[in-house]
Design a protein around this ligand. Structure first.
Ligand SMILES: Nc1ncnc2c1ncn2[C@@H]1O[C@H](COP(=O)(O)OP(=O)(O)OP(=O)(O)O)[C@@H](O)[C@H]1O
Length: 316
């Protein structure tokens, strides 16, 4: 297998309270140094509770947000790549399908934009390609001349996926793609994503706070806590045999499809403007010792390709 995407020590810090000619009042550390690998054709699930930095990470990967430091390498792209270069290789599918589509444009116009701007296609070629894409997401051709508000959430998400396909990108960053949908519709959209992946050989980064969904769709999973990957490994191992106490807390508290991370796993996160020096999970961790409160643990191999950032990893 070859690498589709690789990040090295990627970070994002937001300045807050910044005013003209004055330094920012504070900084929010949204993503701590994060290194991820995604193979071609793989689905990497990225899971974590609200505020752990999932969307910030996703937006950096697709070029919507500049990193504060670190690197992102995506097939064939270099540091000097333009937004169009990014768009031809990696696309973002938003959580809220209806509001992510321009309300003043018809679906045809929405799908035409990437074909014109990224691929310079003429009218006839565009029309044939749009028909083909619409068919691949199982939507009827008469929908093409309607506006986004005329669609249900599930249909609108199919359109969001169609727009990403129109760019002809091989990598899709799916940011909570089914969280806004009813559970019955979620299954349809997840099946569609699985079919498209097989047919087109796509690579997915699937971001969600819903563990059961992530476990079902992912080959590998990265667990994010307070802006950092705390555990990473094959999906079948990571929840069955978690090595990081936070992953175990997640696995024990959210076994039902559609139920977000909740109960005891939804705890107080540390203050992102004043991150603790050691492990961010230490204040909630039953295994924490002094070293956890002073030294931030590195992500390190535990068994096979499972890695955990913990001074006292769990036994299998
Ligand atoms: N533009 C911004 N300015 C300041 N802080 C920000 C900004 N965007 C995000 N943050 C902060 O960065 C942290 C990570 O936010 P992010 O939205 O990436 O998390 P998330 O896991 O996607 O959460 P959710 O699922 O609730 O969207 C949070 O503490 C958030 O408040």
């Amino acid at each position: 297998m070859s690498l589709a995407l690789e990040t090295r020590d990627l970070t994002k810090t937001f300045d807050v309270g910044k005013r003209l000619m004055r330094p920012p009042k504070a900084q929010v550390h949204a993503v701590h140094p994060t290194s991820l690998n995604v193979e071609n054709g793989e689905t990497l699930g990225i899971v974590g509770e609200s505020g752990c930095g999932k969307s910030t990470l996703a937006r950096m990967l697709v070029g919507l947000l500049p990193p504060t430091s670190g690197t992102i390498e995506i097939e064939g792209l270099s540091g000097g790549s333009s937004p169009a270069d990014f768009g031809r290789v990696i696309q973002y599918v938003f959580q809220d399908p209806v509001s992510s589509l321009n309300p003043r444009k018809t679906i045809r116009q929405i799908l035409e934009a990437p074909l014109i701007h990224l691929h310079g296609m003429g009218r006839t070629e565009r029309s044939a390609r749009i028909d083909e894409i619409f068919d691949s997401v199982s939507l009827r051709p008469e929908f093409l001349d309607r506006y986004p508000h005329e669609f249900s959430g599930g249909q609108a998400q199919r359109i969001g996926i169609a727009r990403a396909l129109a760019a002809n990108a091989r990598i899709l960053v799916l940011d909570e793609p089914v969280s806004a949908l009813d559970v019955s519709v979620q299954a349809q959209v997840l099946n569609l994503l699985a079919d498209l992946k097989d047919e087109l050989g796509l690579t997915y980064l699937f971001i969600s706070h819903d563990l059961a969904v992530v476990e079902a769709v992912s080959d590998r999973v990265a667990v994010l806590y307070f802006g950092a990957v705390v555990e990473e490994g094959r999906a079948e191992n990571i929840f069955a045999s978690p090595r990081h106490p936070y992953t175990r807390l997640l696995a024990e508290s959210a076994p039902v499809v559609g139920r977000p991370i909740g109960g005891q796993a939804q705890g107080e996160l540390p203050d992102p403007m004043n991150p603790p020096p050691g492990c961010a999970f230490a204040s909630r961790c039953p295994r924490a010792t002094d070293i956890c409160r002073t030294d931030r643990p590195e992500l390190r191999p535990i068994e096979g390709d499972q890695r955990a950032a913990c001074h006292h990893p769990l036994d299998p």
